[in-house]
Design a protein around this ligand. Structure first.
Ligand code: ATP
Length: 203
């Protein structure tokens, strides 16, 4: 029997570009959205084998007193040592990719969205048929991230520097949605794309 591969659209963009805002609009249109960030947290929840592996490798210092992952402790270990970082990514990325694939396979809407800030930086782009980039200039990204999370501009700039650069991201887009105007404008643009995707999958 021939199985037709379901269309998955990868939704990505830099920090504060508006990925989650776009994802919400798709959800309201009845499109299922799988959130790679949420799933990445799920694989290291208490009781998950990956959490025990991480504690066995780095020691119980990366656990909180309740036995959960102490993200700040882990971050400081891996940021200061590239070998630790690649060990951790070698453990987590395949687990995340496998679970993402299962969740995407289980979606029921005519097409589904994979929302991921690291779609193009990791192998996750191999799970999707199209890449949708939400794009905003750096000043807009910083202003939004500060408004949303507080924190300081320097940290946000260093996160932007650690992500794929804007030109490359835009070049790899099959669909590009500029998001420097209002949320209403974003809604109009996402609704137009939704019509296009629905036509593509029902052709
Ligand atoms: P991150 O990668 O950090 O999770 P993100 O790309 O998911 O970021 P959002 O959380 O969607 O970004 O947007 C960042 C903030 O900017 C949110 O508070 C969101 O409501 C707001 N925002 C997004 N788009 C617009 C817009 N067009 N106009 C005004 N505010 C916006």
């Amino acid at each position: 029997m021939n199985t037709v591969k379901k269309t998955i659209v990868g939704l990505t963009g830099g920090i504060g570009s508006g990925k989650s805002a776009a994802a919400k609009i798709f959800l309201a249109l009845g499109v299922e959205v799988i959130d790679a960030d949420a799933l990445a947290r799920e694989v290291v929840e208490l009781g998950q084998p990956a959490l025990s592996d991480i504690a066995a490798h780095f020691g119980d210092g990366i656990l909180t007193t309740e036995g959960n992952l102490d993200r700040a402790a882990l971050r400081s270990i891996v940021f200061s040592n590239p070998e630790h970082k690649s060990w951790l990514e070698g453990l987590l990325h395949p687990l995340i990719a496998e679970l993402l694939q299962r969740r995407l396979d289980a979606t029921k809407s005519p097409y589904a969205i994979l929302e991921s800030p690291l779609l193009l930086e990791t192998e996750q782009h191999k799970l999707v048929q199209r890449v949708l980039v939400i794009d905003a200039d750096e000043e807009t990204q910083i202003a939004r991230a500060l408004r949303r999370d507080g924190g300081d501009e320097k940290t946000i700039r260093s996160i932007i520097a650690s992500q794929i650069n804007r030109d490359e991201r835009v070049q790899r887009a099959d669909d590009l949605v500029p998001n420097e105007a209002s949320l209403e404008q974003l809604k109009v643009n996402i609704e137009a794309l939704h019509s296009k995707y629905m036509e593509m999958v029902t052709e």
